[in-house]
Design a protein around this ligand. Sequence first.
Ligand code: NAD
Length: 422
Amino acid sequence: MQVATEISSPSLFEISLKSFDKATQYLNIDDGVRKQMRLPERELTTNFPVKMRDGGFKMFTGYRVQHNTARGPAKGGIRFHPNVTLDEVKALAIWMTYKCAVMNIPFGGAKGGVICNPKEMNEFELEHLTRRYTCEISCIIGPTRDIPAPDVYTNAQTMAWIMDSYSMARGEFTPGVVTGKPLSIGGSEGRTEATARGCVDVIIETARHLDLELSGARVVVQGFGNAGSNAARLIHDECDARIIAVSDSQGAVMNRGGFDPHRAIEHKMKTGSVVGLPGTEPISPDELLELESEILIPAALENVITADVAPRVKTRILVEAANGPTVPEADEILDENGIFLLPDILANAGGVTVSYFEWVQNNFGHYWKEEEVNSHLKEKMITAFGQVLKVSKKHRVHMRRAAWILAIERVAEAIRARGIYP
Ligand code: NAD
């Protein structure tokens, strides 16, 4: 008989607290305020029934966590996935608080999720699940309370159902309750590619800082969904960089001479994967992370750059388009090896920044052109990059620690200004 070895994977919430705790060592923060900033304000768990296509009912479990609302209403995506846990939702909520603070946008942090497998559900079931989940969390969401957005396996359609359910219950059109909506009901131009565009904005700033030529620079992208494929396309088209390898959940492909990411996008649309892209050769997903490059963009999963992988990463700039792709132990290794890290709470903040623009547009009922959105985004990304770099130089720390220091300072300042009631 084989005895299973129990491996306890690190809690994502504990990982996020590690980043928080390390950063607070550089700050003079009152212990009470520090404790308040570590824990979520509200954790809602709901078990609810959904009518299925066979006419029966099935029970689902969902969560909505609001981490901190000192700087404004809570903001964060909703994830539909079989592996959703309360621990993961709490971690993603804490990241949102500090991501919004780094960008200096007036939101706190939240996240939500439902344990389900959308790949096995039809549109009817997904709509019913979304509407019932909305009903369950409607007591804590709202345009001035908590504003959800799409995340893994949720999209503009999901947001439209949430907005419609919430508006029907309130008896008033309330587009500001969610962001990432279709354009026809108050979505923003530029939202779809905002995360990738924000990544490219900070890559350009980093290249300027490091005196690195982007034209011809070798780029490797892990994950070829919204964030990864758009980042590859934009850096290729707008900076003349060379995409040398990309991957998705099916595998990885490479051509050291570079290839056109538009062809990779078309190939994935046709076949469902980047694997088999003409003019490339297959490589293993592990090899992809270890390729020599100027820019490496993890844009898929959490915990891929581990302490084992980090010493073998041979890039100049590591751009975290994904949330939490690097484990805390790997940060120091990358830093010692001279790799410039653009941390998730800065690098992928373009999405929430344009979500903020969408909310502003909803509140005013006045809508911007795409160029206007992109130029406001660029300004926000460049400002945040400059401020994080300044903190990094002041405390002689890597960019992740600097981003957390800056963000924690801003949240602590808001908590102090508001005082504790009563
Ligand atoms: P997506 O679902 O559009 O794409 C995910 C991609 O990752 C897919 O191509 C999938 O095939 C690939 N993938 C899955 N497992 C993989 C594996 N083992 N190896 C390589 N590739 C794998 O998701 P997305 O919206 O692009 O989000 C990706 C990451 O970016 C997530 O961590 C998400 O939280 C983060 N992010 C996204 C946004 C946004 O606006 N889309 C904003 C902030 C952060």
